[in-house]
Write a protein that binds this ligand. Structure first.
Ligand code: HEC
Ligand code: HEC
Length: 347
């Protein structure tokens, strides 16, 4: 009996001390244990169903606010020509459009509206949020800057471009009827049934040639538009835009993206690749080409320190050559099989 009382008071004590997600302020740093509690609370939010609405860019309201929203849509869709390193504004350094990963739905012209392809519908509920790389609470503006590349000082909170992107995110939330404080079914990536074997990049190479080369090219470099140096961007994006050690470089992570998104025309409800094919193609895309090494936000020039402050949150499939793993261990972590390949903090 005594034992039970003690246990109960311990629980009460813990819950009294624990901070809620909304108690944290932008800039605050969390430790490993607080990070675990933080993401547990996030994944326990009530879930809203994916909205059954077919909106398009024509549904954006007329007038001044509508113009700002449309500008935001343009920045996310034609990022290379508007914000990119060859554009006039030069606010981002990555040579890719945001919509290349945050895809629209069946050509509706609204970036981030494709189910299970990292949609933007619930972004307003997801931020501010704990950034696992630095273990600090970051604002949505910080996240947007981080996605653009290294030139963040050129893209301040009060710039017209940042305001336009935020106006679009706010409009998405209300237009699709997303409630406050929910997590959304169909956000992030769909879960997959991973085969219980290591990912096979040799098989993946063959499948890549059959399914992907037509658009992304034999070397994964995509296709540039004519007059590329004048900011015309890519017709088909390069697959080498994310660094080795970045999110998309984690094989199960990319596999889950491909399952709902690629080859172009696939969707979560009508995938084209089988789970095993998506896994093997992801293995080839992520290890068959030479990529830029990862450099973390706080330590751009140095070693990869991702997850060093949050060992309990680190996905078991996070492999970075910069973290000096022994080669055998590296191969195991990189190619699996993994116990929980569908895990990602906060999902
Ligand atoms: C190579 C693919 C890729 C490109 C290009 C890309 N993103 Fe992302 N983005 C991701 C992935 C993967 C995530 C989810 C992982 C995460 O949140 O850390 C994400 C997450 C986000 C989120 C948070 C979404 C949420 O609800 O939690 C925002 C906002 C975002 N990206 C904005 C942008 C913007 C703006 C651009 C263009 C400047 C961009 N992204 C370009 C892959 C990409
Ligand atoms: C018919 C052309 C086509 C085919 C085939 C195709 N893709 Fe894509 N892919 C695209 C386009 C277009 C985008 C950008 C999405 C957008 O703008 O809506 C894209 C985006 C991507 C992205 C995210 C952006 C980036 O550059 O990293 C990845 C990864 C990707 N494709 C991988 C693949 C893989 C792997 C295959 C084969 C299984 C494949 N694609 C087949 C056209 C294609």
């Amino acid at each position: 009996m005594k034992k039970h009382v003690l246990f109960l008071s311990l629980c009460l004590g813990l819950s009294l001390n624990a901070k809620n997600v909304s108690d944290y302020k932008v800039g605050e740093e969390l430790n490993d244990k607080e990070g675990v509690a933080y993401f547990k609370e996030l994944s326990n939010r009530p879930e809203q169903e994916w909205p059954n609405k077919n909106l398009s860019i024509n549904d954006v309201p007329k007038g001044k606010e509508g113009d700002l929203i449309r500008y935001g849509i343009k920045l996310l869709s034609k990022t290379e020509s508007t914000l990119g390193p060859y554009s006039k504004l030069k606010k981002t350094s990555n040579e890719v459009n945001c919509i290349s990963c945050h895809m629209d739905n069946d050509g509706n012209g609204l970036p981030g509206t494709k189910k299970y392809v990292i949609p933007f519908l619930n972004v307003m509920n997801n931020y501010p949020r704990l950034d696992i790389e630095t273990m600090k609470i970051i604002s949505l503006e910080d996240r947007i800057r981080g996605m653009g590349g290294t030139d963040s000082h050129r893209f301040p909170d009060n710039s017209k471009e940042m305001k336009a992107i935020l106006a679009y995110f706010k409009w998405l939330k209300s237009a699709y009827g997303i409630k406050d404080g929910v997590k959304l079914q169909g956000e992030f990536f769909a879960k997959m049934n991973f085969p219980n074997r290591p990912a096979d990049p040799v098989r993946g190479k063959k499948l890549f040639e059959e399914n992907c080369v037509a658009c992304h090219g034999e070397r994964g470099l995509g296709v540039k538009n004519a007059n590329y140096e004048k900011g015309t961007g890519h017709l088909y994006p390069s697959l080498l835009i994310y660094p080795d050690g970045g999110h998309m470089a984690m094989i199960p992570f990319l596999a889950r993206f491909l399952k709902s998104a690629m080859p172009f025309g696939a969707s979560a409800d009508n995938p084209i690749l089988s789970d095993g094919d998506a896994l093997d193609i992801a293995a080839y895309v992520n290890t068959g080409f030479v990529r830029m090494p990862i450099t973390t936000t706080e330590n751009r020039a140095g070693l990869d320190t991702a997850y060093s402050k949050s060992p309990s949150l680190k996905p078991e499939y996070f492999a970075s050559p910069q973290q000096n793993l022994d080669p055998k261990e590296y191969i195991k972590v990189k190619y699996g099989p993994w116990k929980n390949p569908n895990y990602f903090p906060g999902e």
